[in-house]
Design a protein around this ligand. Sequence first.
Ligand code: ADP
Ligand code: GN1
Ligand code: MG
Length: 364
Amino acid sequence: MGSDLKKIFESFNADGSFAEAVQCGSGHIHDTFRINTSENDKEDYILQRLNNKVFRNIPELQENIERVTNHLYRKLLTVPGADLKRECLTLIMAKKGVSWTEDEEGNFWRMFVFISNHRSYDIVDSPDKAFEGGKAIGRFQALLADLPGKPLHETIPSFHNVEKRIDNFMYALKMDPSGRVKETIRETDFILKRADDMRIIQKLAREGEIPVRITHNDTKFNNILFDENGKSLCIIDLDTVMPGYFHSDFGDAIRTGANIAAEDEEDLSKIKMNIELFGAYARGYLSETKNTLNAVEKEYLAFAPLLMTYEQALRFLTDYIDGDIYYRIHRKHHNLQRTHAQIRLLESMEEQFSGMKKIIENLI
Ligand code: ADP
Ligand code: GN1
Ligand code: MG
């Protein structure tokens, strides 16, 4: 990508002058750069080229982010001693008066203050971190419960609607656009065998048993930034904050935070859900949300990680069959490998499901 990052940086109202851009992060969606400024006393920044194939309406996406970050900022103002530059995302306005900019090639960009001296974890190595992460996600949901105004835009329609995802998968199987269906017989069988069981949250929601709330919807553990002392600082990656079910956030955080191996680990024997990490995360999460969740939400909390791991396997497999059009890949069969890793993780959760249910029962 030949974008002139200095010029794009200068189209925003940043304080400080461009010194260098360094690509960063392990996200699958945007292109993210840390912009270091020349002055020691000025902030550094995060500049992101937004994926507008995934997010089709950038003004709506940015309107959501503005509303959410402003709301969180106002809440933080009431907390004595809060570090306003590190405990919430600060969006930088572009000189044109909106919070994004479009370059000559039609790419959309936005910028945040860089949260200094943070840590983030693709793999969680201690129950303390899992507890702290669970607390952070629970608090995030609680802080957004009273977001004023109209509902947030659905930035990706039906994002965690597993029934729609199954339909899309069936369509991909039928169309076989890349001729890869023949390579995915075993994986497809695994997915289809579980499809009916996985519809339960959608069904309960339709019946009014599970409410729509404001949720993050991408609670991958590396979207929680920590400080140098292991305390959670800030939740990032707010593109999918929108109406959803609490289960998605709890489930996705366990999928990523309680797996002792990487999301795409090739050696399947290394993949396992660590039940101690599950328990610590659940304890942190419920310390913030126990009084909000209704009885049905609580009853299905232990199931949520299975659902989200299933959904992720389904999404990676669909993308493989579609010819790798959604997720950034780093090698040829990456999406298939990711599918295998998620299937193995789901099997590990299935083996431990009764233990997971007991842990939740003891916490609620
Ligand atoms: P993606 O949707 O591609 O995952 P993210 O918004 O999560 O994009 O950003 C990618 C990475 O950039 C993060 O994992 C994190 O390392 C880094 N990052 C994003 N925003 C900030 C920020 N405000 N301060 C510091 N690092 C950030
Ligand atoms: C993407 O943006 P990132 O890398 O944090 C994806 C999530 C998936 C995740 C799998 C908008 O998250 O839904 O769970 O990859 N985000 C979007 O790693 O699709
Ligand atoms: Mg991310």
